[in-house]
Design a protein around this ligand. Structure first.
Ligand code: GDP
Ligand code: ZN
Length: 302
C-alpha cells in the first residue's frame, strides 16, 4: 500500500498523486455504503492509501479521517458536496469589474470556512482596471472585521508575490465566480501550471476538466491549491438559521444585549443588532447580507 493525495474526482473514480506520479484509482464500492448523506465518499485533498492494480492505475483502500472539509449544499437535493478535504484556508477571489464585485459570495464563503475552522481571506483582483469607491468600501469592511484583504493584478503582477507567500505549504481553496481571474492568478504564481484562462479557451475540451470540477494542484514551492469551478450560487451546508449570527463577528458583543435570547435580529423589539445598524455602528450591507442569508436558509431547510 502507498500513501497519496486525491487530486481530482469523477463518477468513475479519482486521480491520486502518489510517489511522484498521478494514478487513476477506482474507489471501492464499500466506501459508498457509509457516506452519511455526502454526494461522494472522496474529495480532492483526501489523504488515501492505495494499492497498485496495473500500470498507472490503482484502487483506493483507505481514506484517512479529514482534518477539515469545505462543503456546500449539492446543486440538486439535500446532500453535502465536499468541495475539498483537509483545507487550511480559502482564498475568496473577486474582481473589481468584469465581472462586477458582488460581496455576497464573500459573506457566504466566510461562513462556510469559519464553520470548519478554515481561515478565509479575500483577494480583490484586476486592480489594474481601477479601484472604484465601492471596491475600497468592501476592502474596508472585511479588514475592519479582521480578515486579510489583498489587492492583486494577475496581468501586471501586483500583489502576486504576497499571495504566493500566503499559499506556501498550505492547502488553499481558490473560490470565486467564473472569470474573476483564479486561473490567471495561479499561472502568475506558477507559470509551469499552464492553466487555461478566459471563458473561450476554457470551453474547449483541453481546459475542460479545470473548470468543470475542483482540481488540486501541488505547488512547486510546497502546498496545494484547489481550483474550483466558478461558483454561481453557494448554498451553505450545516449552518442552522439560529446559529447564523455567530458567524457575523461584529454582532458578537451585541447579541446578548437583545431582549430575547433567541432574537433573530429581524423584527424583534429591543434588538441590539438593529439598533447598532441604525446608529451606524454595524455596516448596513453586512446586516442586509445577514437577512438575505437567513431567508435563504429558511428556504433551504424546508
Ligand atoms: P477564472 O474563471 O476565475 O479562472 O478566470 P480566468 O483566470 O480565466 O480569467 C478570466 C479573464 O479575466 C481572462 O480573460 C483573463 O485574461 C482576465 N484577467 C484575469 N486576471 C486579470 C487581471 O488581473 N487584470 C485584468 N485586466 N484581466 C484579468
Ligand atoms: Zn437581536
Amino acid at each position: 500500500m502507498i500513501q497519496g493525495t486525491v487530486i481530482r474526482v469523477d463518477a468513475r473514480g479519482c486521480v491520486v498523486f502518489a510517489e511522484g506520479e498521478e494514478l487513476f484509482c477506482r474507489v471501492r464500492g464499500r466506501f459508498y455504503e457509509d457516506i452519511e448523506g455526502q454526494k461522494r465518499p472522496i474529495a480532492p485533498g483526501d489523504r488515501v492509501s492505495i494499492s497498485r492494480t496495473s500500470e498507472g492505475e490503482g484502487a483506493v483502500e483507505e481514506i484517512e479521517p479529514r482534518r477539515t472539509r469545505l462543503s456546500r449544499q449539492a446543486a440538486h437535493g439535500e446532500r453535502e458536496q465536499v468541495i475539498a478535504a483537509n483545507v487550511d484556508q480559502v482564498a475568496i477571489i473577486v474582481s473589481v469589474k468584469n465581472p462586477p464585485l458582488r460581496p455576497g459570495l464573500i459573506d457566504r464563503l466566510i461562513i462556510a470556512a469559519s464553520n470548519q475552522a478554515i481561515e478565509p481571506f479575500v483577494v480583490i483582483n484586476k486592480i489594474d482596471l481601477g479601484i472604484a469607491k465601492k471596491v475600497g468600501k468592501v476592502r474596508d469592511t472585511f479588514r475592519e472585521l479582521g480578515y486579510e484583504v489583498l489587492y492583486t493584478s494577475a496581468t501586471e503582477g501586483t500583489g502576486v508575490p504576497h499571495l504566493a507567500l500566503r499559499l506556501a505549504d498550505r492547502t488553499t481553496v481558490f473560490a470565486g465566480h467564473s472569470g474573476v481571474g483564479k486561473s490567471s492568478l495561479l499561472n502568475a504564481i506558477h507559470p509551469e501550471l499552464h492553466l487555461a484562462t478566459g471563458s473561450v479557451s476554457k470551453r474547449t475540451t483541453k481546459g475542460r476538466h479545470t473548470t468543470t470540477r475542483a482540481t488540486l494542484f501541488p505547488l512547486p514551492a510546497g502546498g496545494y491549491v484547489v481550483d474550483t469551478p466558478g461558483v454561481r450560487a453557494f448554498g451553505l451546508w450545516d449552518v442552522e438559521k439560529a446559529d447564523l449570527d455567530i458567524f457575523f463577528r461584529e454582532f458578537q458583543p451585541l447579541i446578548e444585549q437583545c431582549r430575547f435570547y433567541d432574537c433573530t435580529h429581524d423584527h424583534e423589539p429591543d434588538c441590539a443588532v438593529r439598533a447598532a445598524v441604525e446608529a451606524g455602528e454595524v455596516r448596513r450591507p453586512r446586516y442586509d447580507a445577514y437577512l438575505r442569508i437567513m431567508r435563504s436558509l429558511e428556504g433551504e431547510q424546508r
